[in-house]
Design a protein around this ligand. Sequence first.
Ligand SMILES: [Zn+2]
Length: 147
Amino acid sequence: MSVVPGSIVCDRVRAQISLRLDGELSQLESRMLESHLARCAECSMYDTRVGAVTAELRAAPLESLEHPIVIRRPRRQVSLARVQIGVAAALAVAVLGAISQIGAPGTEPALVSPDRYATYTQLTREVEQIIADGRAFSQRRGDALPL
Ligand SMILES: [Zn+2]
């Protein structure tokens, strides 16, 4: 006696009927399918009807179209803003990396170009602001920031 409800088994069998019509059922699966069809009148009727419809469709002549159907694939576009954010982030990382090589740990080194950023902390703050602005811009646009 089976513990699986009949409807679940019948659903699976009907999916297998479709697979068999496409030649995608193994020999064992075909035997199991035939065994179920011999016991289940509803699935057997389903098999007969689906088989008849499939045979009719496959026997029907192919229709030719008056105009060919052309499906164009959209080109992937990279927005300029996204590229600019990526470049700004890469520059920020490069500058921070270069500065971290110059300064000793625990000290506040003076920068080579003190006209704009007097200290490492000011430059770090500026870089963090650039990255935050880029993230805010990406979130407004719905893009993911490539960081
Ligand atoms: Zn059944």
